[in-house]
Design a protein around this ligand. Structure first.
Ligand SMILES: [Zn+2]
Length: 141
């Protein structure tokens, strides 16, 4: 049972880490800003708590680090070699939570886009994808 405590403590610790502004989030926000979009971050009232929200457009962006969010078939995502079972369960739970949060936003009428950390390397592609998702820039948020 000592392991359960460790697990809970670790889980709480990881939850804290996840809530902070991560590097992928900062990169996407900087890119959006450079593209001329204005947006709100981590808006409490938006279902699913997306990382970036465009309230007038009702569009939400979820930005996922490939490791913590267990991006499937991605080279940045892997199961650590120790405590494999713990991590496997943890990542399954993370994926399930992501799915639930995105669905909550969609159910409330928000259009959603997920940006993965590994996609940040394809800057031109990502830029096109963001513009396509968001549409014209002039709307004030
Ligand atoms: Zn990835």
């Amino acid at each position: 049972m000592a392991d359960r405590l460790t697990k809970a403590a670790r889980s709480a610790h990881m939850a804290r880490i996840r809530r902070r502004d991560t590097r992928p989030e900062l990169i996407v926000r900087r890119l959006l800003h450079r593209l001329g979009y204005r947006f709100r971050i981590q808006l409490g009232g938006v279902p699913g708590r997306p990382d970036v929200a465009f309230t007038r457009r009702k569009k939400a962006i979820f930005i996922h680090g490939c490791f913590w969010h267990a991006h499937e078939k991605c080279s940045l995502s892997r199961i650590p070699k120790t405590r494999t079972r713990f991590w496997t369960e943890k990542f399954a739970a993370n994926r399930e939570r992501d799915r639930r949060l995105e669905q909550a936003a969609k159910d409330a009428g928000w259009k959603c886009l997920v940006v993965w950390e590994c996609e940040l390397k394809e800057a031109a592609w990502l830029e096109r994808n963001l513009v396509k998702f968001l549409g014209p820039k002039r709307l004030r948020e």
